[in-house]
Design a protein around this ligand. Structure first.
Ligand code: GCO
Ligand code: MG
Length: 399
């Protein structure tokens, strides 16, 4: 039996915080998993260090499913982002170890490749149309064929998805502004301008970041139909899964949901009633490869595809895990991909490559991504928060 002999967390902040799980075995191998939960990183570290990792010592490293069930089913307090990110970090490290032991790239253990490379989308953003158009062109030059577009309704200050030059991390949460009527007027105008400048073929995505009521979302989806979006994302908070019934009855714009969802139960109504088209959960936030594969196999029964969350707050280790799973499953849709800084790549060496709009998963044994602990030590943890969102009357709105 290959025993787990050590399991630890590593926290590092090369520009933003990342949490990594490192597991070592009796046969001398070391596996890594990403457990980063943006703005709540240390809650996951405590969950791992204080509760889960001590239970790993002496266990059989190859019992991946059993270990997943131990921490999910056996933990009594199930689900939730902190728990599922902690389980994800362990699960991916165990898959990395198993693939290294098998001397194979991880995707081979998941059934082998179903495609040659993974189509990605990037984020184009601008305070006005001129800036947005420049950003779209810059993405096209990098080879992106799918591009998410976001721009600010006139008159609003700092808003989700649009860079205004102020730092995204600070001592306390940054406050952003929101105005639903202004947004509902602006979004179709933005797509009208983008389509007339860039034509019909470019695949366009858009993220509403949970801000609308179901009926507002239905109106938006309907008004965007002429612009044939690849997807419209997170139109309303998905805790209200039944709300999507109303949206679906009113619009044929494809819907993507779920970057904050982390178990198949969170998708029960959305998937079984075919209320969405893309599952947005990531390996890092949805219980690892074991957890997300379960959700995606369920989705596949209803022709729903993957659109895994891939923001900059998922480390290259998390992106590598996403790549192996996306390469193997049949119902892959598209992979979100945000270029990381040079210091992130120094801390997290990885062997997958972004080329011409695609991610190419490598044939390196195991996950093919790891952490350089000496480089990581140069970037200690810095407390940071996601922004919060408010209306003109200073009341809190969904972010
Ligand atoms: C996306 C997301 C991100 C999240 C961020 C939160 O579609 O990529 O909405 O922008 O806000 O990952 O941690
Ligand atoms: Mg999103």
């Amino acid at each position: 039996m290959t025993k787990i002999v050590a399991a630890t967390t590593i926290v590092t902040s090369p520009g933003r915080n990342f949490v990594t799980v490192r597991i070592s075995t009796s046969d001398g191998l070391v596996g890594y998993g990403d457990a980063t939960l943006n703005g709540r990183e240390l809650a996951v570290v405590s969950y791992l260090d204080d509760y889960l990792l001590p239970q790993l010592i002496g266990r059989d490293a190859h019992r991946i499913e059993d270990t997943w069930q131990l921490f999910y089913r056996g933990g009594y307090w199930r689900r939730g982002p902190v728990t599922m990110a902690a389980i994800a970090g362990i699960d991916v490290a165990l898959w990395d170890l198993k693939a290294q032991a098998a001397q194979m790239p991880l995707y081979q253990l998941l059934g082998g490749a179903s495609r040659t490379a993974l189509a990605t989308y990037g984020h184009a953003t601008g305070r006005d149309f001129a800036e947005l158009a420049d950003s779209i062109r810059a993405h096209q030059e990098k080879g992106f064929r799918h591009i998410r577009v976001q721009s600010a309704p006139p008159g609003l200050g700092r808003i989700y998805g649009v860079h205004d030059g102020t730092p995204t991390q600070s001592g306390l949460p940054v406050v952003e502004q929101w105005d639903t009527p202004a947004y509902l007027r602006h979004a179709p105008r933005m797509f009208e301008a983008v389509r007339s400048e860039f034509g019909e073929e470019l695949s366009l995505l858009h993220d509403t970041h949970h801000r609308l009521t179901p009926i507002q979302a239905a109106q938006l989806g309907k008004n965007l139909e002429p612009y044939s979006l690849f997807w419209l994302e997170d139109v309303t908070p998905a805790e209200n899964q039944e709300g999507f019934r109303a949206i679906r009855q009113h619009t044929t714009t494809p819907l993507a949901v779920g970057e904050v969802l982390n178990s198949a139960f969170d998708y029960l109504t959305l998937i079984s009633e075919q209320l969405i088209d893309f599952v947005r959960s990531s390996v890092t936030h949805a219980g690892g490869i074991t957890g997300l594969r379960r959700i995606l196999d369920f989705a596949a029964l209803y022709q729903i595809r993957s659109g895994m969350h891939g923001p900059a707050d998922i480390s290259p280790i998390g992106m590598a895990a996403a790549g192996h799973l996306a390469l193997a499953i049949h119902n892959f849709g598209v992979q979100e991909y945000i270029a990381q800084s040079a210091s992130v790549h120094d801390v997290f060496p990885s062997t997958h490559e972004f080329r011409n709009g695609n991610i190419h998963v490598s044939d390196h044994v195991g996950l093919g991504a790891w952490i350089d602990e000496t480089a990581a030590a140069g970037f200690p943890y810095e407390r940071s928060f996601l922004p919060i969102n408010q209306l003109a009357d200073a009341s809190v709105h969904d972010w």
